[in-house]
Design a protein around this ligand. Structure first.
Ligand code: ATP
Ligand code: FE2
Length: 323
């Protein structure tokens, strides 16, 4: 089964194609604001301008005509409503024009299932850390349950904010990583965990207040050490409770080598496996939506056009997964 997947939840417009054996295409373009964070209307405009090109490029990369596809999937939520609409409209139009089955993917679950597809992870306890989400998920009785999550802003968003305040460009995560790598010094900060829940808003404010006394690299390093350690501790608690035996790290922040190192070390001590998808599948991408769409269509989960509205607040634990 060949499925085209469209991703448009936030800053990335992606189009990917998969079948059971291979990722046949994975094309994308990222909206980069000139200043500040993502403005929903501007990001949506970017997506409208990119939609045709990215879909065309994906079909060319796969060497397919639209009529050779078996289905089409779009990222239905969670995400920025205006951005989600672009993906939904594109998918509906292609579905009607070429007579293709339509289905909607949950973005968070898509991050997990492409992780399972591209590594040896099996129903892993997952630390999903990106610009919009920070969650720890574990599979139980047919659903990925949210074991813990941020109570305010996402870890990636916190990194982006901190970098922006220091005058560095978006995305901030790689900038903070680069600064942190220049020192081993760590200043004590608060440790943002409660049970398996996290909180990054206060830590960001605290980091900003350190600006007068401490250098940028020490702030960056201290933020990483505290913020990442708390996330990994929440992951460890969930692993210990759920006994899934393996962990997956995904989302844009999963590209961070210090965070990877911490997850690896924790799993090593527990004698359990840690999995890290290749970078192109950690960040938002169309292939993960195509893969999730394929699993759904194989399970008969088609969506009628009239019922294909976007779901900006769609939580992953609302979805009963047969796959
Ligand atoms: P989602 O829709 O899942 O919330 P997103 O729109 O935030 O995703 P992603 O591509 O998954 O998009 O993640 C982007 C985030 O990843 C940004 O906040 C960025 O700063 C962060 N990031 C990217 N590279 C690194 C890195 N090396 N270290 C830390 N954070 C990083
Ligand atoms: Fe994402």
């Amino acid at each position: 089964m060949k499925v085209l997947g469209i991703e448009s939840t936030a800053h990335t417009f992606g189009a990917g194609i998969v079948d059971e054996e291979k990722v046949l295409a994975n094309q994308k373009d990222m909206f980069e604001p000139e200043e500040g964070g993502i403005h929903p209307r501007e990001a949506a405009e970017h997506h409208y301008q990119q939609a045709r090109t990215q879909v065309k490029n994906a079909l060319a990369e796969a060497g397919l005509e639209p009529g050779q596809l078996d289905g089409i999937a779009f990222s239905r939520g969670p995400g920025i409503p205006q951005c989600l609409e672009v993906g939904a409209v594109t998918a509906r139009a292609l579905s009607v024009k070429h007579g293709l089955d339509l289905t909607g993917a949950n973005h968070c679950l898509a991050h997990i299932s492409i992780g399972e597809r591209t590594t040896e992870a099996e129903k892993p306890t997952t630390l999903y850390v990106s610009g919009g989400n920070t969650q720890i998920l574990s599979f139980r009785s047919g659903r990925y349950r949210i074991m813990g999550e941020t109570q305010d802003i996402a870890l990636g968003n916190a990194l982006d904010k901190l970098a922006r305040e220091m005058g560095h460009p978006h995305p901030g995560g790689p900038e903070i990583e680069r600064l942190a790598s220049e020192t081993d010094e760590i200043k004590e900060m608060s440790y943002p965990i409660k049970g398996m829940d996290l909180s990054y808003s206060g830590l960001t404010t605290e980091a900003r207040r350190m600006h007068e006394e401490v250098s940028e690299k020490v702030i960056a390093n201290s933020f990483q050490e505290h913020g990442y350690a708390a996330a990994v501790e929440a992951l460890e608690r969930a692993m210990s409770q759920e006994k899934t035996g393996n962990a997956l790290l995904t989302g844009g922040v999963a590209m961070n080598s210090r965070l990877r190192e911490m997850v690896e070390k924790m799993c090593e001590q527990r004698n359990e496996d840690a999995y890290f998808p290749p970078q192109e599948y950690c960040m938002d991408n169309g292939a993960m939506i195509a893969h999730q769409g394929m699993l759904r269509l194989q399970n008969g989960e088609k969506l009628a056009i009239t019922e294909s509205g976007v779901r900006p607040d769609w939580r992953p634990d609302e979805v009963k997964t047969a796959w």
